[in-house]
Write a protein that binds this ligand. Structure first.
Ligand SMILES: CC(C)(COP(=O)(O)OP(=O)(O)OC[C@H]1O[C@@H](n2cnc3c(N)ncnc32)[C@H](O)[C@@H]1OP(=O)(O)O)[C@@H](O)C(=O)NCCC(=O)NCCS
Length: 183
């Protein structure tokens, strides 16, 4: 497997990110944001990057709602080319997450870089970041039929929350599987 790094989004890596968006790939699994991100980048790339890694300010959702931004760390996955994204968000001093947040960590790999172990490795690499945010475990959710994502989490020691057990934190919907990873 080629070595990957988690890099902080910056101008140096932006062309690969733009190329991925231009294929129609969306870094957000829950809504297609590729077109609006391209517009934002073309309008002001530096402002786009600043907002992407910002710790404060509001987050606007597809349904028009606005929620406060949690502390977060967002990385681009890089193997010499842009491969995908992985992000961590949390609330200081607690494992709890607000109801609009599905889990502490989310990720997506561009289709042409999949099946190389990159998501598995990226999740392994971001766990120390969660530890340094003073979390002792992280909660992740995935669609129950997302075989790839479940494998990624299980290969990182994820333990599934039972189907009839209320999730300990986060928002949890029917058809999803929740996992804890102890840090
Ligand atoms: C889920 C996702 C991040 C996995 O990325 P990836 O880099 O391909 O994952 P890995 O290479 O680490 O694969 C982990 C394992 O998952 C399984 N897997 C991966 N893709 C699979 C597929 N299409 N079908 C069946 N199993 C699959 C394999 O067991 C794989 O290991 P292997 O290739 O050694 O057999 C990627 O498919 C993706 O971006 N999907 C869309 C966004 C998404 O679902 N994000 C997660 C939301 S919770």
């Amino acid at each position: 497997m080629a070595a990957i790094s988690l890099v902080v989004p910056s101008r140096a890596y932006l062309p690969g990110y733009i190329a991925a968006l231009e294929t129609g790939w969306s870094p957000d699994n829950t809504q297609d944001v590729h077109a609006e991100q391209l517009v934002s980048i073309r309008r002001d790339a530096d402002a786009f990057l600043k907002d992407l890694i910002s710790f404060d300010g509001p987050i606007r959702h597809a349904d028009g709602s606005v929620t406060p931004r949690l502390p977060n760390k967002l990385f681009w996955i890089w193997d010499g080319e842009f491969c995908g994204i992985i992000g961590l968000r949390w609330q200081a001093g607690t494992e709890e997450l607000p109801p609009n947040v599905r889990g502490h960590i989310g990720y997506a790999i561009v289709p042409w870089k999949r099946r190389r172990g990159y998501a598995t490795e990226a999740l392994r690499m971001i766990l120390p970041e969660a530890r340094s945010a003073e979390l002792t475990r992280v909660f992740l959710t995935t669609d129950a039929d997302n075989v790839a994502s479940r494998a990624v989490i299980e290969r990182n020691g994820g333990v599934a929350v039972g189907p009839n057990t209320p999730p300990p934190t986060g928002n949890f919907e029917a058809g999803e599987t929740g996992y804890w990873i102890a840090l």
